[in-house]
Design a protein around this ligand. Structure first.
Ligand SMILES: Cc1ncc(COP(=O)(O)O)c(C=O)c1O
Length: 376
């Protein structure tokens, strides 16, 4: 089977550890294991974890800790996976069938788009519009979601725009899913990474055809644990698990334990406060840098995520710009083309502040060369 190329992930896998300045990541810089454990007793206990196969669904303790972060969810509503990407994958594998119609929030993390293309589904984009501060138009929703829609997939808070779905949109989306009888699949991995706004409300509700995916990679700054999860009705989850049996079988035992620590209410609060502090410190660095370039850049301030989606006023294709930055200046950024939109770049604001400054200085070098019309 020919697999649709997941351009952004392939680019990151190849270059994120090679470049001097990695500004393609969308989460905040990671916590250290010692910070998460937070003391000798916890460290000692961690060393005693048996390395046998853990619970296939995630330990009941971890599932209960995840459930406690949702309104009206219990352990039976949670299934732990290896990253939210695996949660997304098995949800799609369960729901997507050739010929089905799916409504995909666009722009979006391109995993669902790629899977839908690979498996021969009909994709109807639900566009987020810059002039609406990256919300979707309610009239568009009416056109895109019909009785033929099998799944509506959204990413909230959104990658790459950093927008949090507005209240009107949220209500209309839930109504549209119910009226059309479609599945609502919501990727919420940036929930908890709000810069100023209060914690985003999950789309988890009493609508039974709902599946939420989430994990520890972005808002928690713990991508190395590779812990994600699905929240759904127990009958749905038991069907989804059949797919997991052909994949990774279980989460990793040490990660399951560490994730349980991260989700303890006090720890979770501390971690989210750390994330917010990083975003509040770093976004102004990027904003100041953009402002210093006059009308070269335009952006809507991101509400969540360590990302900023920038429209640039230069006659250069976004992939060409991204490749020149990587090859000539050793800086990695995601071109808008990877989200189906030329003329944009996604810049990560999650690294330590000095690193971000230094990375942007390198970008300036190329911008000066471009402006001087220097040919390579
Ligand atoms: C919206 C979204 N979902 C899922 C993922 C994958 O996350 P994980 O590391 O939890 O697999 C990403 C990674 O960038 C993402 O942006």
């Amino acid at each position: 089977m020919k697999v649709e190329l997941f351009e952004m992930e392939r680019m990151q896998s190849m270059y994120e550890r090679v470049v001097d300045y990695e500004l393609s990541e969308s989460g905040v810089h990671a916590l250290r294991l010692s910070e998460l454990l937070g003391g000798e007793d916890a460290a000692k206990a961690f060393l005693e974890i048996p390395l046998g196969y853990p619970h296939a669904d995630g330990t009941p303790g971890l599932r209960a800790a995840v459930a406690a972060t949702y309104r009206k969810a219990s352990t039976e509503n949670v299934f732990v996976t290896n990253g939210s990407s695996e949660a997304n994958f098995i949800a799609a594998w369960h729901l997507f069938e050739k010929g089905d119609e799916v409504a995909l929030m666009t722009p979006n993390y391109a995993q669902m788009w790629g899977l839908a293309k690979t498996w021969g589904l009909k994709i109807k984009p639900l566009w987020l519009k810059e002039e609406l501060d990256w919300q979707f138009d309610l009239e568009d929703l009416k056109k895109v979601v019909t009785k033929k829609t099998k799944v509506i997939q959204v990413c909230n808070p959104n990658n790459p725009t950093g927008a949090i779905m507005g209240e009107k949109q949220r209500k209309a989306l839930l109504d549209a899913a119910k009226d059309s009888g479609s599945w609502l699949l919501s990727d919420e991995v940036y929930l908890g990474a709000e810069r100023e706004a209060p914690l985003t409300e999950s789309l988890w509700s009493d609508y039974e055809k709902t599946l939420i995916t989430n994990g520890l990679s972005k808002a928690y700054g713990l991508p190395g644990l590779r812990i994600g999860w699905l929240v759904g009705q127990p009958e749905t989850l038991s069907a989804v698990k059949h797919h997991h049996d052909y994949l990774t079988l279980t989460p990793a035992a040490p990660s399951d334990r560490l994730a349980t620590l991260a989700l303890e209410p006090k720890k979770r609060k501390q971690i989210f406060a750390r994330t917010r502090a990083i975003l509040q410190k770093n976004y102004p660095v990027l904003k100041e840098w953009m402002d210093a370039h006059g009308d070269l850049f335009h952006h809507v301030p991101p509400a969540a995520g360590a990302i900023c989606y920038i429209r640039y006023n230069m006659k250069i294709n976004s992939v060409v710009l991204s490749e020149r930055l990587r090859k000539e200046k050793s800086v990695l950024m995601v071109p808008g083309d990877h989200f189906g939109m030329d003329g944009y770049m996604r810049i990560g604001t999650g690294p330590p502040k000095d690193y971000l400054h230094a990375g942007l200085d390198r970008v300036d070098e190329l911008l000066r060369e471009l402006q001087a019309g220097k040919k390579r």
